[in-house]
Design a protein around this ligand. Structure first.
Ligand SMILES: C[S@@+](CC[C@H](N)C(=O)[O-])C[C@H]1O[C@@H](n2cnc3c(N)ncnc32)[C@H](O)[C@@H]1O
Length: 332
């Protein structure tokens, strides 16, 4: 089959990043970093990852969850979630097991990825049961799935006409409070396409929040090594320009019409997580390379941007970061 005309040579490598992320999440879940009854349906790989990677994923998943929770509390569930480049992320299923319900949950990724996700959901009753209502109504195509309040669809996020079309199929409501999630996604989209996407969203939605997790401080030696590793796997970070500092991350949103934006590196995010939770996961595995984890945390960030008033008061509280950072690494 001919690839679609928008297909770029490294899309395949970008698509493969979902397998990496899913394998890592599966490994951390199996070791008990957090609970996820659903990731095992999507990932069979049982490889063990380094403790630094597991802790990194813990901070990533909990950091995003913390923002989603704040958003759900603010909107009382009268809202939508749109997961961009969703991969095999299981947030929808995990949320269904809580008291938090949302009006609409939309997941988007390349059709190659959504086809695999659709196939897995279709084959597993435990997953399918979370999607249909009492009437059991679920519409399916090889790449797309539509339940009453869950929509999984294949689309290239660089193609805004197609995106608009897909969102309409998902009965999106442009004026309902909406949270966009992008976990390690924007960085793979070329700078101009990414700006077009962020501008398009800020024009269309009247009340929205964007939570972006990805690389930061990429202009140093550690960043260079990270880039070289990815390049050797055929994958470039197309939007690395936006990942130079927390300021470049924030400014990208402001330049694209978002009302406000804030960013924190993952050292700050990790320190803002409940202390008891941190202590619990720090007992799971010994950390040989405390310095390596610190470097990893310094090279990833959480960015929150908003349109309208929603979330302008977002804060990730973090007292005495330097002091805590030292004690956590056992450095005097
Ligand atoms: C590193 S994975 C992360 C997956 C998921 N967000 C997670 O954290 O588990 C990046 C995802 O972004 C998707 N992606 C990247 N560029 C995309 C594009 N232009 N259109 C649709 N999806 C894209 C990839 O296919 C992949 O599933």
């Amino acid at each position: 089959m001919e690839p679609p005309c928008s297909f770029h040579p490294c899309d395949e490598a970008v698509i493969a990043t979902n397998d990496d992320a899913s394998d890592c999440k599966r490994c951390a879940v199996r070791l008990g970093y957090w609970k996820d009854e659903y990731i095992g349906y999507f990932v069979r790989n049982q490889d063990r990852k380094a403790p630094e990677i597991n802790r990194g994923y813990f901070a990533r998943v909990k950091g995003v969850e913390m923002c989603v929770e704040k958003f759900l509390k603010k909107t009382n569930g009268d809202c939508q979630i749109i997961n961009l480049g969703c991969g095999f992320d299981t947030l929808y299923f995990r949320l269904r097991d809580t008291s938090h319900q949302v009006k609409n949950f939309i997941e988007l990724d390349f059709p190659t990825v959504t086809a695999r996700k659709c196939y897995t959901i279709k084959r597993n009753k435990a997953l399918l049961a979370k999607i249909h209502d009492e009437d059991g109504e679920v519409r399916l195509s090889p790449t797309d799935m539509h339940g009453p309040s869950y929509h999984l669809m294949g689309v290239d996020l660089r193609n805004l006409d197609e995106l608009d079309n897909k969102l309409q199929q998902a009965e999106v409501n442009y004026s309902l409070p909406t949270i966009f999630l992008a976990e390690c996604v924007l960085v793979y989209i070329e700078m101009q396409n990414c700006k077009n996407l962020l501008k398009w969203i800020s024009n269309k939605f009247t009340n929205a929040v964007f939570v972006n997790y990805e690389q930061v401080n990429m202009n140093d030696r550690f960043g260079e090594v990270m880039l070289n590793n990815l390049r050797s796997r055929g994958c470039s970070l197309a939007s690395v320009e936006a990942c130079v500092s927390l300021d470049t991350q924030v400014n990208r949103f402001l330049e694209c019409g978002w009302t406000g934006s804030r960013a924190w590196d993952m050292v700050q995010v990790y320190q803002s997580l409940p202390e008891a939770e941190r202590q619990r996961i720090e007992r799971i595995e010994m950390l040989d390379e405390g310095e390596l984890l610190l470097q990893l945390f310094q090279h990833y960030c959480l960015v929150v941007a908003w349109i309208g008033e929603l979330f302008q008061d977002i804060e990730i509280t973090c007292v005495n970061v330097v002091e805590k950072r030292m004690s956590w690494l056992n450095i005097e």
